[in-house]
Design a protein around this ligand. Sequence first.
Ligand SMILES: Nc1ncnc2c1ncn2[C@@H]1O[C@H](COP(=O)(O)OP(=O)(O)OP(=O)(O)O)[C@@H](O)[C@H]1O
Length: 256
Amino acid sequence: MTACEPLPVGAVHGDIRGPAIHFNAVDLDLGRTRILEQVSFQIAAGSIHALVGPNGGGKSSLIKTLLGQMPHRGELSLHWPAIPGTIGYVPQAMEFDRGLPITVDDFMAAMCQRKPAFMGLSGKHKPAIEQALSRVGLFDKRKRRMGALSGGERQRVLLAQGLVPEAQLLVLDEPMSALDEPGVQVFEQLLADWRRAGTTVLWVEHDLQAVSRLADRVTGLNRSVQFDGDPQQLLDPECVLKLFSSHPARTVEAQP
Ligand SMILES: Nc1ncnc2c1ncn2[C@@H]1O[C@H](COP(=O)(O)OP(=O)(O)OP(=O)(O)O)[C@@H](O)[C@H]1O
């Protein structure tokens, strides 16, 4: 087997609560541009699965396809261990008007509860929201305006909103991009917690060293799948060079 050959997908952990996910020959066209072409790979239930690739390679589009926001061709299926659970999503970044008088608590309320945020945290969600803010190390800053937080702290708030309600499938779009060192430690602890809980995590990431250290499996995507398997074996200079030097991100006319 060469370094770029796929490894078999196996279940990784004992008490699995997240789904397995199968992409089979998935195509995505936006306008006349083919964004994803014949994408086939599998995410094992309860695994930390990283998605890497160059800018414009289609990672965010694949996430939106998984979340049902983009019409695609081919098969995309989720296989839950028992009944379907909750899907959490942590976006890449959040455009934010720093002048808005919104506190961390207000933001969490707006994201996590039905009761209007201006009425405060609902009794039902307050404990979970406070626990989520504690897990990301921001409990003491919950009354602070979002605009007064650092970029890394705002990214941690995004992570916190992904914790409420507790999800069995988590989709993370570059969650580490603005994190400072304490934030990275928080994120690594969350990954360890999700692994223990048998949560399935799909994690888009540019930091290949972090992927190599923390992911169970990695898929290299540049419009189509370039490699798929064990990060420690695959993220060698040869595979990385191949992934980042292929150039399908240029406009490709979709077939009618
Ligand atoms: N709504 C859209 N209409 C047309 N093209 C789009 C649309 N959304 C994304 N694209 C194009 O699809 C391609 C893939 O974009 P996508 O954001 O999925 O890549 P990415 O791998 O997530 O990139 P990055 O790492 O920079 O976030 C890009 O060429 C982008 O311009």
